[in-house]
Design a protein around this ligand. Structure first.
Ligand code: ZN
Ligand code: FE
Length: 273
């Protein structure tokens, strides 16, 4: 049985991770992280469905070594009971009683080491989409569930604009070359909104044509990078004068701080078609 332990002083390994997407439902991604030290072992992030994971494990001959969960929503945890029937593995997730299958709880700032797999992630609390939402960061990769999407962000179901803006600001402060693996393929729709807020954003225009080409071939637009997101994602630029002006024009009033700008943008996006 795999040992899971906390390592206070262990560094976040620089090892580049191979990460495979598994599609679930209409637009979810379950990420399978290939263990750098395991023999054909993978870690599944947010397995909302078991069947596509089982199919990919059978196809590749890999075995499941652990499950990481970012938040309690069924499209992220729904496949866990079925996967546990086949693989007795640790289930690592946030402190939330709504995640019944969790075997190990991780808190903000804690490092979670999967020693035998050569994996180590730092846990980041990112409340907003849900109050207990966490992200896993390590090896130059970020698994951020439904907090940050490419060119957008998750809906604010449980948190406040101040909380969610702080969470996104925390993610923005990670190294720019961090590869961002989020929970849904929403990039094209998000870019339509991003370009409504910021129509002259050259990076977003260029990204839009690149995403259209990639999606036309049936490939994921992900992972993205934080550097790209900082350029194109209005939700990461709530302190940028262009984004502030657009939010103020939409709200018809002046806005005092980035959290208020975030609140206006999020409500605007909720209505956007
Ligand atoms: Zn969710
Ligand atoms: Fe989701």
């Amino acid at each position: 049985m795999l040992q899971v332990k906390y390592a206070r002083k262990m560094s976040i390994h620089a090892t580049h991770l191979n990460v495979r997407p598994v599609r679930a439902f209409s637009d979810n991604y379950i990420w399978l992280i290939e263990a750098p030290c395991g023999h054909d072992q993978v870690v599944a992030v947010d397995p909302g469905e078991a069947a596509p994971v089982m199919t990919e494990l059978q196809r590749s001959g890999a075995s499941l070594a652990a499950i990481l969960l970012t938040h309690h929503h069924p499209d992220h945890v729904g496949g866990v009971p079925e996967l546990l029937r086949h693989w007795a593995v640790p289930v690592i997730g946030p402190d939330d009683t709504r995640i019944a299958q969790r075997t190990l709880t991780v808190h903000d700032g804690e490092r979670c080491e999967l020693a035998e797999l050569g994996l180590c992630f730092e846990t980041l609390a990112v409340p907003g989409h849900t109050l207990s939402h966490i992200a896993f960061w390590g090896h130059g990769a970020l698994f951020c569930g439904d907090t940050l999407f490419s060119a957008g962000c998750g809906r604010m179901f449980e948190g406040t604009p101040t909380q969610m803006n702080a969470s996104l600001t925390k993610l923005r402060s990670l190294p720019p070359d961090t590869r961002m693996f989020c929970g849904h393929e929403y990039t094209a729709a998000n870019l339509r909104f991003a370009l409504t807020v910021d129509p002259h954003n050259g990076g977003a225009l260029e990204y839009q044509s690149r995403v259209a080409a990639v999606r036309a071939q049936g490939n994921p637009s992900l992972p993205s990078t934080l550097a790209l997101e900082i350029r194109v994602n209005p939700f990461l630029r709530c302190d940028d004068p262009t984004v502030v002006r657009a939010a103020e024009a939409h709200a018809g009033r002046s806005l005092q701080d980035p959290a208020e700008v975030f609140g206006v943008l999020r409500a605007w996006k909720d209505q956007f078609r």
